[in-house]
Ligand binder design. Structure first.
Ligand code: LIP
Length: 267
C-alpha cells in the first residue's frame, strides 16, 4: 500500500470514529449554506479540522480542498479533497448512512481533468472502509470488490441523489420518475460517496446525480473506477457537475436513458 493510500485510510478512519462518537451526543445545526435545508453541523467542521491537521502534519506541502474550510493549493501538485461528513442530513437525523470521504488528486482541482491517485470512504455508522489506489483495484475492509454485471438496464438497481434547491429537486424528481419504468428500482441513500461505493461493490448497478460537489465524489469515483465501473464526470455550461458511474454492461444504455429522461436540463 502506498503512503498516499495509507494516509487516506488512516485519516478517514480517525475522522469517522470522531463523527460516530459525536453522534452519541446531541447534534445541532451550526449553519445553513445554499438553502435552509443545506445544513452543516459543528461535527462536520470538527472532523474536517482533524483531517486537515493530520494531513498537514504528514504532508505539509500538499494542497487541501474541503467542504467546510478554505482551499489551499499547496506546493507539491497534490491536493487532498475531503468531505468530512457526506450525508450530513442523515447524520443530523441519526440515519446510519454518513461517510467520511478522503481523496488525493494531482493536476489541479477541476474534477473533470484531475487525476485521482487514491481515495477512502468510511461509512462512519457501520465502520465499513472502502478504498482504492490508481491502478491497484478497490477494496471493502481489505477485500477486493468489483462492479456487477447486470443483464440489462431494465433489470438494474440504480441510486441517485437530489439537491438542496427546491426547483432543482423538482427537475431531478421528474427525471427520476421518467427513468423509473426503465430500471429495476431506485434507491436514495443521501450520500454520494456511499452511492459510488455501492456501485463499486455491486450493491447497485449504477448511480447518477447532478449538482454534486467535487468533495462528495472525489474518493467514491476512484473507488468505483478501480472496481471496474464506467465513470463519467462532466460539467454543464453553468459549471454544474454531473456524475454517472455504472457497471460497463449498462453504461451506454444508461447514458441514453438519462438523456431521454431529461436528467441534464442544460444539455
Ligand atoms: C450530499 C451528497 C448527496 C446529495 C445530497 C448531499 P452532503 O452531500 O453526497 O449525493 O444527494 O443532497 O448533497 O451535503 O451530505 O455533504
Amino acid at each position: 500500500m502506498s503512503e498516499l493510500l495509507d494516509l487516506a485510510i488512516s485519516v478517514a478512519r480517525e475522522g469517522a470514529e470522531l463523527a460516530a462518537r459525536r453522534r452519541t451526543e446531541p447534534v445541532t445545526i451550526a449553519a445553513t449554506k445554499s438553502s435552509p435545508v443545506d445544513v452543516v453541523t459543528a461535527v462536520d467542521r470538527e472532523v474536517e479540522a482533524l483531517i486537515r491537521a493530520r494531513i498537514a502534519e504528514a504532508r505539509p506541502g500538499d494542497g487541501f480542498l474541503g467542504e467546510e474550510s478554505y482551499a489551499d493549493s499547496g506546493s507539491t501538485g497534490l491536493t487532498w479533497v475531503v468531505d468530512p461528513i457526506d450525508g450530513t442530513v442523515n447524520f443530523l437525523y441519526g440515519l446510519p448512512l454518513y461517510a467520511v470521504s478522503v481523496a488525493v488528486v494531482e493536476g489541479g482541482t477541476d474534477p473533470t481533468s484531475w487525476t485521482a491517485l487514491a481515495g477512502c470512504v468510511v461509512n462512519a455508522a457501520s465502520g465499513e472502509v472502502y478504498a482504492a489506489e490508481r491502478g491497484q483495484g478497490a477494496t471493502l475492509d481489505g477485500t477486493p470488490i468489483s462492479v456487477s454485471d447486470p443483464a440489462s438496464l431494465s433489470t438494474s438497481l440504480m441510486v441517485t441523489g437530489f439537491g438542496y434547491d427546491a426547483a432543482v429537486r423538482a427537475e431531478q424528481g421528474a427525471a427520476a420518475a421518467r427513468l423509473l419504468p426503465r430500471i429495476r428500482d431506485l434507491r436514495r441513500s443521501g450520500t454520494c460517496a456511499i452511492d459510488l461505493c455501492w456501485v463499486a461493490a455491486g450493491h447497485a448497478d449504477g448511480y447518477w446525480e447532478r449538482g454534486v460537489h467535487s468533495w462528495d465524489f472525489a474518493a467514491g469515483a476512484i473507488i468505483a473506477q478501480e472496481a471496474g465501473a464506467t465513470v463519467s464526470i462532466t460539467a454543464a455550461p453553468s459549471g454544474e457537475l454531473r456524475v454517472i458511474a455504472s457497471a460497463p454492461a449498462i453504461a451506454d444504455d444508461l447514458a441514453a436513458a438519462l438523456d431521454a429522461a431529461g436528467a441534464w436540463p442544460e444539455g
